[in-house]
Design a protein. Sequence first.
Length: 298
Amino acid sequence: MPDKPLRIAVTGREGQVARALAERCAARDDIEIIHAARPDFDMAKPEGLAEKIAALEPDIVVNAAAYTAVDQAESEPNLAMTINAIAAGEVARGARLRGVPVIQISTDYVFDGTLGRPYRETDPVSPLGVYGRTKLAGEKAVAEANPDHVILRTSWVYSPFGQNFVKTMLRLAETKDEIGVVSDQVGKPTSAFVIADGILAVGRQLASPDADGVSGVFHLAGAGSASWFEFAQAIFSLAAKAGTKTPRVRGITTAEYQAAAKRPADSRLDTALFEENFGYRPKEWQQSLVEVMTRLEK
């Protein structure tokens, strides 16, 4: 009699990480993905979420749903706090009711970007905007609701799904001959598939019979780093090789971009602790970008 599959409850269905995770597990018979998604699971209405999560009888819960509109959050702080913090805490409490661990996806935007080297998990947090503050509040809510937690901070997420920087650049390329892209912010572009693979590495360890109860905050992001300008250049270089019309890319400053929300100037994440604990080393972001661009070209 084969072992029953590992049941992973994932908040959201259409988000980049949720879709990447579902795709990674689609052909596997040892993992069952259960989507806790709207309308039955609404992160904007957190009342009763914990009990609904527990009722799914998961072995692990992954909170991949979030309010991620960084600039819009400045004018919708209450909604961002409800989804990113209050609901996150309820999801973690649901896992606790079931007696299982929770994996929470967080962000590099909990840092102010002034350190001058990649951030370690022990470095002080100091978010600059509503998005970062609400995600940090979510980290605290999850940790308080369920001691059996792994919080994964990641950055600059892109994929073939949903809205992200890669797809925005390709869309702008259809109508513009020149695009101004911020050149004075540095981070680690991260494919949603890298995050999905990292989640599965964490899940394998948490579900292991001899699991040592590892918990806490870890950084998971693509290897290497880039500015948004360099990221855009890489996108258009690959697009040009595929025969797509590409615009000129002009570097601009953060001040010129005039976004509603402040962003960290250098939000690189040090992933050494994650690699040591979970035995998974993220790919170079350029390699992951090739894979995503190939998908988009098809």
